[in-house]
Design a protein. Structure first.
Length: 332
């Protein structure tokens, strides 16, 4: 059976394993998303392509959006998005390509327009497009910062905002945003990416709250997968080499099943959540809540804070953990 642990983290090497030799094969429902129009940004390869193909296989009409730029946000190529569209159509599915960048308000409007012109409606937006400009913070340039924020955070806002009008009018809709443990936990050399991806978690939560009255839901997934983007991580340190060796075990297609499940009507009550998918493991993340408090009727001074508050809080403070310090066990 599938194991779900609500409170305990597995030790390294331990597994929450679904043994298919002991199970009846999952029944495929080719009409699970019938009638739904799904837009996936950054769907020309990797995680986005996997989500687009799986959604189409379950009956969705899919808009495959991809500028076709490099992992660093350079250039453009219509080939990747069109190849995924051709694959979906060859398998009997319905799909169209959209080649606009998400990194501007105007282009985001065009992307949403591509969906409504092709299929007449829009039901799901998967904000997946991304770029990397990894660099240690004191060497990061203004361009490194803006390029990453423009796609990984601003672009998610632009596309979501363009879709929000449609979702509100039809009183239904689903947003799925790709966050990252770089933002949720932390990683070296990714201040720009981490800031953007933690921002995505905040954006998603506030969208969920603002649009709940219109039956619109919004959730995040922090994906673990070896993709064209993560393949740009330099193998210049032992830490990066270890990080890449773990990532290479996890294919981008592993993210798609859970992402597609969030699109279904069965998940209509799930909103404002942060998940992670790590090979065959699915994680529900905690969200920031108060840990400790300190009060005084006399008010605080710098001296009393130093003498009372900081010593009381230190045992509950977080270390400078990286993602790999928290996810210490092998992928399942």
């Amino acid at each position: 059976m599938t194991n779900v642990s609500p409170t305990t983290w597995p030790r390294r090497g331990a597994g929450l394993v679904k043994n298919r030799t002991e199970l009846e094969e999952d029944k495929l429902d080719n009409e699970l998303l019938k009638g739904k129009v799904v837009l996936v940004t950054g769907a020309g390869g990797g995680i986005g392509a996997g989500i687009a193909r799986l959604a189409a296989s379950r009956g969705a009409m899919v808009v495959v959006n991809d500028l076709g730029s490099s992992p660093f946000g350079e250039g453009a190529d219509t080939g990747p998005a069109q190849r995924v569209v051709n694959e979906i159509r060859a398998s009997g599915g319905q799909a169209v390509a959209s080649f606009h960048s998400i990194a501007s308000w105007e282009n985001a409007q065009k992307i949403i327009g591509d969906a409504t012109k092709a299929f007449g409606r829009l039901d799901v937006v998967v904000n997946n497009a991304g770029v990397l400009r990894d660099k240690i913070f004191h060497k990061m340039t203004e361009d490194d910062w803006h390029t990453v924020l423009d796609v990984n955070l601003n672009g998610y806002f632009y596309v979501s905002r363009a879709a929000a009008t449609i979702f509100k009018e039809q009183e239904s809709g689903c947003f799925i945003h790709m966050s990252s443990t770089t933002g949720l936990i932390g990683n070296l050399g990714q201040a720009n990416y981490g800031a953007a991806k933690l921002g995505v978690a905040g954006l998603s939560k506030c969208i969920a709250m603002d649009m709940a009255r219109s039956n619109v839901r919004s959730n995040c997934i922090a994906p673990f997968a070896f993709t064209r983007m993560t393949g740009t991580i330099p193998m210049d340190t032992e830490e990066n080499r270890r990080r890449l060796s773990v990532l290479q075990l996890m294919t981008p297609e592993k993210i798609a099943p859970f992402a597609v499940s969030l699109m279904t009507d069965a998940a209509r009550d799930i909103t404002g959540q942060i998940f992670a998918v790590r090979n065959n493991e699915i994680v529900l993340f905690s969200q920031p809540r108060p840990l400790r408090t300190a009060q005084t009727s006399d008010g605080w001074t710098p001296e009393t804070c130093v003498n009372t508050v900081l010593p009381a809080f230190r045992p509950s403070m977080y270390k400078l953990d990286r993602s790999s310090d928290v996810f210490t066990w092998d992928p399942f």
